[in-house]
Design a protein around this ligand. Sequence first.
Ligand code: ATP
Ligand code: MN
Length: 455
Amino acid sequence: MIPTGIPIKELFRSFSSHLGKDIRVNGWVRTRRDSKAGISFVELNDGSCLKNLQVIISHDNPSLVEMLPIITTGAGISAFGTLKKSPAKGQPIELEAKEITIYGTADPVSYPLQKKRHSFEFLRQIAHLRPRTNTIGAVTRVRNRLSYTIHRFFQERGFYYIHTPIITTSDCEGAGEVFRVVAEHMEEEFFGRPTYLTVSGQLQAEIFALALGKVYTFGPTFRAENSNTRRHLAEFWMIEPEVAFADIEDNLKLAEEMLRQIVQDVLDNCDEDLQFFARFIDPNLIGRLEMIIKKPFEVITYTEAVKILEESGEQFDYPARWGCDLQAEHERYLTEKKFKRPVAVIDYPRTLKPFYMKVNDDEQTVAAMDVLVPEVGEIVGGSEREYRYDVLVEQMKQKNMNLEDYQWYLDLRRFGSVPHAGFGLGFERLVQFVTGVQNIREAIPFPRTPGHALF
Ligand code: ATP
Ligand code: MN
């Protein structure tokens, strides 16, 4: 067995219980500095936290001195020694090395991650090494915490986690931005009919909501949208709760509680990483996160939103007009300039939204809700679902859909149909919002965008 190390995070959290004792730490060398005073300083990082542990190598120890030339940036090592109080400023502890094992060296000439700031564009090209940077390491830890707290949020409220299919036969959104699934070296359809990578688990989640009451999905979704923006990926993760006996107001309340609680959890548990983002990525980050917690969402109708945009006096690239989709610039104006808080826009024109949204009494709009937040824009998209059989059929006909393909979906309205509602939270947009990274490509370990898929 490989000797285990104490996570560096653990050491910083409870160092008093380790002081004076011999301990082991495993990690990767960030830097090494040799002083004239006969000591070398190695900054060791193990990914458990942002902080490095300083390992002191005394030049009095010949076996360690011999290794110094290969203890270079990027090397994977194990350091064993005594944990001491550090005399240096800014760090409470350091490790005085007695033994070092070098598992893997990293040639200083060819190792791409030297100690300087690299651009995110460059780091994306070495996506196999970028998790070793401060930023991507911190994003990864925050992303992990967010996944955990989202599951906890729903589990504590009695929601059941449903695994909806990744290969589907329906193009749920009707936007046609789907990837086809075909078997290589096979003429005919593998599944006997055309299949796609899912764009959303919603329709299948509805099946289970109308049986178990409260369900959610948390899985990958795929969209062949050929738009190279800073907030679109071809493969992204979505959280989709679906609740029976619920309407649009219940839906809004759930989205608001969810966002508030998960942001609070990250503030409570990822302080070091968030402080790092606030310092190096986005100085307004903490204020923005606190705003989510303190300020109730502004709820406005689409019609009101368009009016506000028309009367704003702003020069938009695409002027807002009733019947047109809200653009990113509109979303940002509403949250960042007009209301300075999250904004839920409800009641969109039915022509803009998919067939399954509940038609409002005005017959012009549907009970949709998009939650917009500063910096990112739309983070949540959802609706109350059309549960009246006749109205749903009417909607599907208007959208030229093939009713045969959706017999099962219509069945849900023929047998025990009840009001129900749900939404999709774009997980990477949430990560973007919580970390402040400008580009969504930094919010996911392996970004897939038009022209780019590594590994
Ligand atoms: P947008 O208008 O921003 O393209 P959308 O209206 O297509 O979003 P929905 O179909 O409502 O979005 O999807 C639900 C959520 O999934 C969105 O609110 C957003 O957070 C996220 N999302 C949608 N498309 C993408 C994408 N291509 N990459 C990452 N997240 C996405
Ligand atoms: Mn989209």
